[in-house]
Design a protein around this ligand. Structure first.
Ligand SMILES: [Zn+2]
Length: 174
């Protein structure tokens, strides 16, 4: 086995880091150094949990068995094409674009499902995203999600300048 942490180890590292951060934020708020509203803390926590357990960079292995795919239950099968498209520890494991590939993939999946739903059952109304979305909501979501991803990359030993050379899998090699 290589020295790459397993899904369980990644989860433990992220949970530990979250606990330390939460403790530090709590102390800082008590000292009036920092002021974070309960809803900001909630958005951050939600995005961090989703990034840790549901949108891990190791979904690039979803064509096989992987912890983050298992967390999706039967829906884990939806990530198989992502696993086939992205090589392990390639573009999926870059610091800026990597986390975006999973959000984009998820958005494409949702669009597909909504499109199918509209086609099959035109009378069904799909809940719309309330506009405009406030920065106060988006900022803690982005921070929580990206922090969860970066902790994974740090634990993997992936540097922020990790290139895109081994990005998309070459289909002809499969
Ligand atoms: Zn990884």
């Amino acid at each position: 086995m290589s020295g790459v942490p397993s899904g369980r180890v990644h989860n433990l590292i992220n949970i530990a880091a979250y606990s330390v951060l939460a403790g530090a934020v709590l102390v800082a708020s008590r000292q009036d150094i920092l002021s974070i509203t309960p809803s900001q803390a909630l958005y951050f926590t939600l995005a961090f949990a989703v990034g840790t357990f549901l949108l891990s960079p190791d979904l690039d292995l979803a064509e096989g068995k992987v912890d983050s795919k298992r967390h999706w239950g039967v829906l884990g099968v939806l990530w198989v094409p992502y696993g086939m498209l992205f090589s392990h520890r390639g573009l999926s494991h870059t610091w800026l674009v990597g986390p975006l590939t999973r959000l984009a993939y998820l958005a494409a999946l949702l669009a597909l499902i909504v499109g199918l739903l509209r086609y099959v059952a035109p009378s069904v109304t799909v809940p719309a995203i309330p506009q405009p979305i406030s920065v106060k909501v988006v900022a803690p979501l982005i921070a929580g999600y990206y922090l969860s991803q970066w902790l994974h990359l740090i634990a993997d030993g992936v540097r922020p300048d990790h290139g895109m050379r081994r990005g998309l899998k070459k289909l002809r090699r499969r």
